[in-house]
Design a protein around this ligand. Structure first.
Ligand code: AMP
Length: 277
């Protein structure tokens, strides 16, 4: 089995990158790797000569009252997992390596797609996400970069940034990986108590109910939303939205063009899930 390389500096990463033949697939993460992250890497391993993970808890995408300080860090375990599936390298820089300048150029997310849902609940979040993803794409010069559908709005905004700025990397969306009980895997699931985790199952179960109703012919989003909210009585819903891929609300489901976004708090933990219809 090939030996995993670990880079902490941009310089080491660039030197490795310059000498690579074939294609590079890139999987950006904040670490605390789970099977969702590994599924992105598996896809990259299938499609590329080389696969690179980045592990970086990006401070600029966290709000002042969010969990930046307590975000789980499991680098040794992450390294073992990456090695076990045959990933070539991990880029794990520290904060000063990625943010050298105290007065940096920043990006404004688009007014419509960037200000709704996560954009309105997490001030500044997408500006931070786009900033770090742009830096990482410039550094890695990857042919493909893999993102989970789990973070649907993030994925759509990154696809838009790549399109708007003519970035040569192709973004590959990957399916949501779930635990056996249906809960979408997330590094934040470890914050849940046993009781909260049980309550949290209302999230995937309600999305599944929406999918079944859709398959039985229901298209009215107002009706679906009202009935779905009644099922979500053990969690605190931030939003449940039916929208198209430009994040415009839809009065009626358009097959293959509809995204159902559901975000709710369970105890102190905010969980995101969604369904692509
Ligand atoms: P994170 O480390 O949470 O920032 O996530 C890094 C990448 O993994 C993002 O593209 C996420 O959308 C993706 N991801 C996280 N959880 C899952 C999951 N359960 N299934 C698929 N992709 C995921």
């Amino acid at each position: 089995m090939k030996r995993l390389k670990i880079f902490q500096s941009k310089q080491e990463l660039r030197e490795w990158r310059e000498n690579l033949g074939g294609s590079l697939g890139f999987v950006p993460t904040m670490g605390a790797l789970h099977a969702g992250h590994l599924s992105l890497a598996q896809k990259s391993l299938e499609q590329n000569t080389h696969t690179l993970f980045s592990i970086f808890v990006n401070p600029t995408q966290f709000g002042a009252n969010e969990d930046f300080d307590k975000y789980p860090k499991t680098l040794d375990k992450d390294i073992q997992l990456a090695q076990s599936i045959g990933v070539d390298a991990i880029f794990a820089p520290n904060i000063s390596e990625m943010y050298e300048d105290s007065d940096p150029i920043t990006l404004n997310p688009p007014k419509l797609m960037g200000s709704v849902y996560e954009g309105s609940h997490r001030e500044g979040h997408f500006a931070g996400v786009l900033q770090i993803v742009l830096k990482l794409l410039m550094l890695t010069q990857a042919k493909y970069a893999y993102f989970g559908r789990k973070d649907a709005q993030q994925l759509l905004l990154i696809q838009k940034m790549v399109k708007d700025f003519f970035i040569p990397t192709q973004i590959i969306p990957c399916p949501i990986v779930r635990d056996i009980d249906g809960l979408a895997l997330s590094s934040r699931n470890i914050y849940l108590t046993q009781k909260e985790r049980q309550d949290a199952l209302q999230i995937p179960q309600t999305l599944q109910w929406i999918q079944e109703s859709f398959l039985q012919g229901e298209r009215d989003t107002h009706k679906l939303r009202t009935l779905a909210l009644e099922r979500l009585d053990k969690v605190k819903v931030d939003y449940l939205a039916f929208c198209d891929h430009s994040l415009q609300e839809l009065p009626s489901i358009l097959p293959s063009q509809t995204l159902v976004l559901l975000t709710a708090k369970v105890g102190n933990t905010r969980l995101l899930d969604n369904l692509w219809l």
